[in-house]
Write a protein that binds this ligand. Structure first.
Ligand code: AMP
Ligand code: MG
Length: 298
């Protein structure tokens, strides 16, 4: 009998990519050509298509949950030394930062998550250096931080809309690299995800938001203004990706035209980084046998 071929049903679908996504999605160093990055790609996806995605994504939940609990436990028992993880999400409007947070990050215990959404700076924030609010939002030991937008807005919207002069934003790439180096050296693993959506797909998603009353709340007329500046944004993204693609905090490009791939990919990327940290359970800080006796006799 012929060897069993890889089944097309979800039952036979392998659950892991053949190669780690942290390798497949990592932006190579050197010049960035946005046109060469395919927003509809499904690099490393072990399923056949969309139908497999919910099962593949959910299959990650038990392991993600276990890994996150280890991280959290270490943060509790060694608050000075425990590592932390920061998932930083950047992308054009509709690229799915919210979807990733709901579907991928939603799989771990909310008590271990520190989520920060960066909007246009408040008056107070504007009175400080642009990294001030970023620093304050960094994950504490044992925590998984999520940045919905980030310090990169200060070389994206700020550059495109000329909110500060060129002389001011042009020095920020090196400054961000130095800042991220310190963050990494202090024990935080930084996973920078660029959610890459195409111009056409963005149009479809904006139209979808206008097509149903349940989605009006997601629609912001300003998104169309930003869309009108698409080439300037793509150039700003290309420069941020290229200039801040460091060894200590590299960029991962997440093809985001297919929501199901995007959500699975970010969950998988988080899983790989957590596995890489190789976190054990903290040692007991008491004599286990003694305590067992005490409990039994109580
Ligand atoms: P949203 O993520 O859709 O809620 O939108 C947040 C808005 O805040 C976007 O239009 C961002 O461009 C804007 N924003 C975030 N950070 C900054 C910043 N540093 N300077 C100016 N605008 C910002
Ligand atoms: Mg928006």
């Amino acid at each position: 009998m012929a060897a069993k071929k890889k089944s097309k049903t979800s039952e036979g679908t392998p659950s892991q990519p053949t190669e780690p996504l942290s390798r497949l999605l990592r932006l190579p160093s050197g010049p960035v050509d946005m046109a060469a990055l395919d927003p509809a790609a499904t690099h490393g996806y072990p399923g056949v298509g969309k139908d497999d995605a919910p099962a593949l994504t959910e299959a990650l939940a038990p392991e993600l949950s276990d890994l996150q609990e280890r991280l959290y436990a270490n943060g509790r028992s060694e608050p000075e030394q425990a590592p932390s993880v920061l998932v930083l999400l950047q992308g054009m409007d509709t690229s799915g930062k919210g979807g990733v947070i709901r579907h991928a990050m939603g799989m771990v215990d909310p008590q271990g998550i520190q989520l920060t959404s960066f909007k246009a700076p408040t008056k107070e924030e504007l009175s400080h250096h642009y990294l001030w609010r970023i620093r304050r939002a960094l994950p504490r030991p044992g925590m998984i931080g999520i940045f919905d937008r980030s310090q990169y807005e200060d070389v994206l919207v700020v550059r495109v809309d000329q909110l500060v002069p060129v002389s001011e934003w042009s020095g920020r790439y090196d400054e961000i690299n130095a800042f991220e180096r310190k963050v990494v050296e202090s024990g935080t693993t930084v996973i920078k995800c660029f959610l890459h959506v195409s111009f056409e797909e963005q149009k479809q998603r904006l139209a979808d938001r206008l097509a149903s009353p349940e989605k009006y709340w997601k629609y912001n007329p300003k998104d169309v203004d930003a869309r009108a500046k698409w080439p300037a944004y793509q150039q700003a993204y290309a420069d941020a990706l290229e200039r801040c693609n460091t060894e200590h905090a590299p960029w991962f490009v997440i093809p985001s035209d297919r929501k199901w791939y995007r959500n699975w990919a970010v969950a998988q990327l988080l899983r790989e980084h957590l596995v890489g940290l190789d976190i054990g359970w903290p040692e007991a800080t008491f004599d286990v046998a003694d305590e067992q006796t005490r409990v039994a006799e109580s």
